[in-house]
Design a protein around this ligand. Structure first.
Ligand code: FAD
Ligand code: FES
Length: 277
């Protein structure tokens, strides 16, 4: 019998880590081991998570796609589902549908090229699946630079991973904050400020951008000043979603649906969709 795409599979929260005042990381595994084994996602894909009795919302998978014994989500508490999820304890059951989205980060195309990653705020979350995958297979990529901007030091996500990347000499990491505290010794200001420092050859570089929509225009302006090419710049979009599977039309941008055609698009694709950015 064909699977009903609207019925979630049962999964269990196996670990919860409070990373900031508003964001928690959830390690989740499907109850049915066969379902877990066949849960193969690509960097940039998302799932629809159900908190039973409350509702469903989309979240990007933030863990390495090469690990298939569990997966990870990082969720900011903003509304009904995410706040209810934050109130759950380890061992609680949730529903999961997915993975969804066919537009993914260009993890294959970028092999043997430089990779520039620009993340703002929660935008680091979807990128974690790409970054952890790339770190595992580091020799398949040329130079890697990560630019990450957060509002203030307390809001920086994935601090352990960032210090690990900083300890490696094959990755360049620049973290900047808008509002520093007394202890902050790093960069200050928006992440676009750091793009002029990138010295990668544009024709040999894939750029991946994820962050609040307001950031995209300015990041793209800076990248284009450096002659980065629109078919090698990729951006992940968020739209309000319901079904996640191309049926309800909630997430359309022009003629495209973010849930099935995205959520990751090249800048070239977006410029060919009316009202996209
Ligand atoms: C592909 C994709 C991936 C995502 N990945 C992540 C992720 O990894 N982590 C993460 O934390 N979030 C992620 N999000 C965002 C997350 O899905 C939303 O924040 C979602 O709305 C949370 O559901 P909720 O029920 O908690 O909040 P909601 O109750 O939906 O409220 C969320 C916010 O939207 C406002 N809102 C509610 N209804 C409407 C409406 N009809 N129109 C406009 N605004 C409204 C609310 O006031 C509130 O500020 C992702 C979204 C998409 C589309
Ligand atoms: S969420 Fe229903 S069509 Fe995209």
């Amino acid at each position: 019998m064909e699977k009903n795409i609207y019925i979630p599979d049962l999964a269990k929260i196996i670990r919860i880590d409070s990373v900031t005042a508003n964001e928690k990381i959830f390690d989740i595994a499907f109850i049915d081991k066969e379902v877990q084994k066949s849960f193969n996602f690509k960097p940039g894909q998302f799932v629809e998570l159900t908190v039973f009795g409350v509702g469903e919302a989309p979240f990007c998978v933030a863990s390495n796609p090469r690990n298939n014994d569990k997966f990870q989500l990082c969720v900011r508490a903003v509304g009904s589902v995410s706040k209810a999820l934050h109130n759950l304890k380890e061992g609680a059951k949730v529903g999961i549908r997915g993975p969804f989205g066919k537009g993914v980060f260009p993890y294959k195309e970028a092999e043997q090229h430089n990779v520039l990653v620009v993340a703002g705020g929660m935008g680091l979350v979807p990128l974690m699946s790409f970054l952890t995958y790339m770190m595992d297979l580091r020799e398949q990529y040329k130079n890697v630079m990560i630019i990450y901007g957060a509002v203030n030091p307390a809001n920086i996500l994935y601090k352990n991973e960032i210090s690990y990347w900083n300890s490696r000499d094959d990755i360049s990491v620049c973290v900047t904050v808008d509002n520093p505290d007394d202890k902050w010794t790093g960069e200050i200001g928006v992440c676009t400020k750091l793009i002029p420092r990138v010295d990668f050859k544009p024709e040999d570089t894939y750029t991946i951008v994820c962050g609040p929509p307001v950031m995209y225009k300015y990041v793209v302006q800076e990248l284009e000043k450096k002659n980065f090419k629109e078919d090698k710049i990729f951006l992940s979009l968020e739209r309000r979603m319901e079904c996640g599977v191309g049926k309800c039309n909630h997430c359309h941008i022009g003629e495209k649906l973010v849930c099935v055609d995205g959520p990751v698009f090249s800048l070239w694709e977006l410029r060919n969709i009316k009202e996209a950015i």
